[in-house]
Design a protein around this ligand. Structure first.
Ligand code: KG4
Ligand code: ZN
Length: 344
């Protein structure tokens, strides 16, 4: 490993390509100078992410996205101190695009590579310096909730993390998106369920919560229950969905929020840790945000919710982990390969 001198200002280009968003960000130390994301519209018509199409779209997007990130940060690529990239977990074809790009770019510039775990990045996004955001204190509990993940992680320090609960089947975002599909809503349906839920009665239709041991989650039973409920009712009344959309969405969301809050109550009780930081696309959900905030009074916990642009998949969160690894001299090299099942 060559010697890389420690500079006052470390400029990192970070690349994220684990799923269907192509992201590039420039950080100067722990501050974000630019954070560009190209969303892939192509998947909307298929009702979910098509891995092969995602990989192709990353190939088309990556150069323009990196170019845009450098332009917005107003720095020349020769100023970069290192390149950080998502090594995993994620879709293999998508990860390969970011990994290959990062390796060649780093080699071309003669700067070190920083391989980042996407799940650690969701958690450590709370350490991006931002005036409006207070950082959590160690130890804290991190809950990552998105279309691909549902985990509760005990975070003792930046790179000392243990998964203490996770989904045994579908991710929470899938519960939202697959239920939305049953209602005929476009992908991703989570934000629409949230929008309609705000106009409906959360107690209109009672759904059963799964009984899953300890801190693990399961959403596939709720998905089946919801599908059967909608089919049964539309058989009796073909206009059931249109006439009751708000109440259906509110009831489903209420059930999902209940599952999340119950697990967090148990997690704080078992660990004795009352600091909760959330991340992932589903943390944009208004009901979950309100329930977490209300829990501060009710259950005595403190919650940390990152800025929306650092909540969904983005490269700034990859950059902050890259920066922390740079400080530790935890560099990777051109032999590093994408790891679709990379564990925390
Ligand atoms: O983190 P993210 O952008 O990508 C990954 O899946 O990794 O999360 C996307 C997920 C989708 O399932 C989407 O439906 C869900 O986050 N989502 C929401 C909301 N906004 C995004 N789910 C519920 N309510 C929302 N407001
Ligand atoms: Zn993610």
């Amino acid at each position: 490993m060559p010697f890389y001198p420690m500079k006052k200002n470390i400029y990192i280009l970070a690349i994220e390509s684990s799923c269907d968003d192509t992201g590039a960000a420039i950080l100067c130390n722990d501050k974000v100078l630019s954070n560009v994301v190209a969303n892939q519209e192509i998947h909307t018509q298929y009702g979910g992410v098509v891995p092969e199409l995602a990989s192709r779209a990353h190939q088309q997007n990556i150069v323009p996205v990196v170019h845009q990130a450098l332009k917005e940060a107003n720095i020349d690529k020769k100023k970069l101190s290192a390149i950080a990239f998502t090594q995993g977990p994620g879709l293999m074809g998508s990860l390969l695009v970011g990994t290959s790009f990062a390796k060649s770019f780093a080699q071309g510039l003669g700067v070190p590579l920083l391989a980042v775990n996407h799940m650690q990045a969701h958690i450590l996004s709370h350490f991006i310096v931002d005036d409006a955001h207070k950082k959590p204190d160690f130890p804290f509990l991190a809950m990552t909730i998105s279309g691909g993940h549902t985990q509760i992680v005990q975070v003792n320090n930046y790179f000392d993390m243990t998964v203490i609960g996770e989904t045994l089947d579908d991710a929470i975002g899938e519960a939202f998106d697959k239920s939305a599909k049953v209602l005929g809503l476009p992908y991703p349906g989570g934000p629409l369920i949230d929008k309609y839920a705000q106009l409906g009665n959360p107690k209109a239709y009672p759904f059963t919560r799964p009984r899953i041991a300890e801190l693990n989650f399961s959403f596939s039973g709720l998905k089946t229950q919801f599908m059967n409920f909608v089919h049964r009712n539309t058989q009796q009344n073909p206009n059931f969905i249109a006439e009751n959309l708000h109440d259906i969405c509110a009831s489903l969301q209420y059930t999902i929020i209940g599952i999340v809050i119950d697990k967090l109550k148990l997690a704080t009780k078992t660990t004795g840790i009352n600091e909760i930081a959330i991340g992932g696309g589903v943390s944009a959900n208004s009901g979950i945000r309100t329930a977490l905030k209300n829990g501060e009074q009710k259950f005595g916990w403190t919650t940390y919710i990152p800025k929306f642009e650092y909540t969904t998949d983005n490269a700034a969160m990859i950059g902050i982990v890259g920066y922390l690894k740079y400080l530790d001299h935890d560099f990777s090299n051109e032999q590093t390969i994408a790891n679709a099942r990379f564990k925390i």
